[in-house]
Design a protein around this ligand. Structure first.
Ligand code: ADP
Length: 480
């Protein structure tokens, strides 16, 4: 069978790139999903120019027109949840329920921001001067460059594209190289809406060519990026140097504290879901489990029993809990962190090994590493796979200290039945998101998402707070 080819979407036209890149299924490397057109810097600049030309038309659209476009996208995503969910499973390796759940979430994000287009906030204030009024209102920033990672192939693009369009901006969008299929399906849906030509552009290609073009172009007024710390820092430096607005969501090393008084069964489920679901490939994954001495041994034993029941396999098969690692490079990185932990004196008491299945894919047994010390690399660096480490804490104070003992600050969790500790932790955990008796991964679509410290830069994403990044405030003085 011929491999289907997918084109770029620039200035309202589908067009080939300078080359085409095959994409394979991490559950079955013999499954070539498609050939995806790759843009170079020249084509990226063509898309940017189209987005710049479309600015006045889309900025002049009414809130009702924006609502209609975004609501239609949300509706179609919901209607095609299973089909698009399959694409997420096929190209990223998340299980089908996870894939379908992510599509539904993306749909709700589009519907949420459809409503926000009608509710764009503003203020009417009296002036300090007589017979003068002050109107504070929000306008589009202009053209925004959106650069997304592979781990949430449709939800992260949705939570950038939807607010960008809701608030009247035009978009150039570069998905991650590993997940072009979900991005293409979303672009195809957008291409059939009433958006003006050029208001939305899909530019698949390498970060160093396409992403860099967004960072360099003075026609891109704002850049929103999710990905690694190293790339994020480069983007911040480049965009800020020319005065562009920039928002970056980068890594995490999210702790989950388990106190002596926690409900053991609930704590184990919270840890397993937060650490291993979606193959641990979430920036909010809990990869550092800080367990109080009084419950430590019971917790580790219960984790071992629960993890032995996890079914790792082909992402599209029924009954599979955990799909494959996304690619060979990520699998090598996961294995190398387990090696480093071993050399530093800790070990996986369960899991970590690669697994053979009836298809050739990147399967790895979820790993729990015990006997670790705070300074070990496994406790300090983001692994981004199904690997979690356990640290023993004397008491709550030490657990809080260990939770905050990281350069990152995305999500932080605690399992406890104590109102006192839960309340204290909510106040003192150094993270943008705090979870009490819930997995660190798994967030709502209508509230702010983001972190502190090295995890994030710039205003929050999602929810009403997204207006801060995707709009610019104008203050008008009106004398009567
Ligand atoms: P990950 O390790 O999760 O793939 P990266 O930071 O490498 O994270 O990639 C996240 C996104 O940033 C991808 O879409 C990638 O293509 C893009 N990217 C990579 N390098 C650059 C760059 N120099 N400028 C802009 N974008 C880039």
């Amino acid at each position: 069978m011929n491999t289907p080819e997918y084109h770029l979407y620039i200035a309202g036209e589908w067009m080939p790139g300078v080359s085409a890149r095959p994409n394979v299924n991490p559950s079955d490397t013999s499954d070539v999903i498609g050939l995806y057109a790759q843009a170079d810097a020249g084509l990226a600049h063509r898309a940017i120019a189209a987005a710049a030309r479309a600015r006045p038309a889309w900025a002049a659209s009414t809130p009702q027109q924006r609502f209609d476009v975004l609501d239609a996208v949300g509706g179609e995503l919901l209607a095609r949840k299973e089909e698009i969910g399959r694409m997420l499973s096929r190209e990223e390796g998340k299980t089908l329920p996870e894939g379908m759940g992510e599509v539904a979430r993306a749909a709700m994000i589009f519907k949420f921001f459809a409503g926000e287009a009608l509710r764009t906030p503003g203020d009417l204030l009296p002036s300090v001067r007589p017979n003068v009024g002050v109107e504070v209102f929000r306008q589009p920033v202009g053209t925004v460059g959106l650069i997304t990672p592979w781990n949430f192939p449709i939800a992260i693009p949705a939570w950038k594209i939807a607010p960008a369009l809701a608030y009247g901006n035009t978009v150039v969008f570069k998905p991650a190289e590993l997940v072009p299929g979900s991005a293409w399906l979303l672009a195809e849906i957008l291409s059939r809406t009433a958006l003006p030509k050029g208001a939305f552009n899909l530019v698949m290609g390498a970060g160093s060519a396409v992403g860099q073009a967004f960072v360099d172009s003075p026609e891109v007024q704002a850049i929103s990026f999710t990905g690694s710390v190293a790339t994020g820092r480069r983007i911040i430096a480049g965009a800020a140097a020319r005065g562009a607005k920039v928002q970056c969501e980068m890594g995490g090393k999210n702790p989950l504290v388990v106190l002596d008084d926690a409900n053991l069964e609930q704590a184990v489920e919270t840890a397993v879901q937060g650490s291993y679901f979606s193959t641990g490939q979430r920036c909010t994954a809990s990869s550092k489990l800080i367990v109080a001495a009084g419950i430590h041994d019971r917790f580790v034993q219960a984790m071992r029993e629960r993890m032995a029941r996890l079914n790792v396999g082909h992402a599209l098969r029924a009954g599979v809990d955990i799909g494959p690692v996304v690619d060979e490079r990520q699998l090598a990185q996961n294995l190398s962190y387990l090696d480093i932990a071993r050399r530093e004196g800790a070990q996986a008491i369960i899991g970590g090994e690669t697994l053979e299945r009836d298809t050739v894919g990147y399967f790895q047994a979820p790993a729990l590493v015990t006997g670790t010390e705070p300074g070990m690399r496994i406790n300090r660096e983001e692994v981004f796979g199904p690997v979690a480490s356990v640290l023993r804490a004397r008491d709550y104070d030490e657990a809080l200290h260990l939770a905050n003992d990281t350069e990152f600050g995305l999500a932080s969790g605690i399992c406890t039945t104590s109102l006192k500790y839960a309340t204290h932790f909510r106040q003192h955990a150094q993270a943008g998101m705090v979870m009490v008796n819930l997995p660190t991964a798994g967030v709502d679509y209508h509230v702010p998402f983001g972190g502190t410290k090295a995890s994030s830069y710039g205003p929050r994403e999602q929810g009403r707070h997204a207006a801060e990044f995707y709009t610019t405030v104008k203050t008008a003085y009106i004398a009567s």
